[in-house]
Design a protein around this ligand. Structure first.
Ligand code: MN
Length: 191
């Protein structure tokens, strides 16, 4: 079995001015593609040759884990954006956010803090934990909440390659624009 780079659900310039075509050309076209190519090469002849991405993420270590998780993380990240996003969550997810964090604004504030303070490369996540609660978690490098039995709902890539072309060193400015293209309809569906 080999993994393929999934198509983006929008044109590469569709998220401008918040995420540029140039950023997507490199982030999706080069970085994401490289993780797909790498994991396909690395699993040949291993116990993971016919495994699903999720199964690899839960069990593998080293390069196989890193590249498999980065394939999952980037697909999950790119799939949650839209040029015409639903701007707020609804229904059960909205209710869970209100109960857990107090309000959508309070959730965003806490998430922004997790994303801006993560040292080095990694990901900030909203997850549903194994006991069904919402939580904000940080993972370093290729880390993925599936390893801890949690279900990812939303993620922000804070590797410098996600924002340096558009925002240079201003990670907080990237995160502010991240919310402008995040489609809560996708997150509602994942919940
Ligand atoms: Mn990335």
């Amino acid at each position: 079995m080999s993994f393929k780079l999934p198509a983006l659900p929008y044109a590469q310039d569709a998220l401008e001015p918040y995420i540029s075509r140039q950023t997507l050309e490199f982030h999706y076209g080069k970085h994401h593609q490289a993780y797909v190519t790498n994991v396909n090469n690395l699993i040949v002849g291993t116990e993971f040759e016919d495994a699903t991405l999720e199964a690899i993420i839960k069990k593998a270590e080293g390069g196989i884990f890193n590249n498999a998780a980065q394939v999952f993380n980037h697909t999950f990240y790119f799939d949650q954006f839209s040029p015409k996003p639903k701007e707020v969550p609804e229904g059960r997810l909205k209710a869970a956010i209100d109960v857990t964090f107090g309000s959508l604004d309070a959730f965003k504030e806490a998430f922004n803090k997790a994303a801006t303070t993560l040292f080095g490369s990694g990901w900030a996540w909203l997850v549903k934990t194994a006991d069904g609660k919402l939580a904000i978690v940080q993972t370093s490098n290729a880390g993925n909440p599936l390893r801890d039995g949690s279900t990812p709902l939303l993620t922000c890539d804070v590797w410098e390659h996600a924002y340096y072309l558009d925002k240079q060193n201003l990670r907080a400015a990237y995160i502010a624009d991240f919310w402008k293209v995040l489609d809560w309809k996708i997150v509602d569906g994942r919940f």
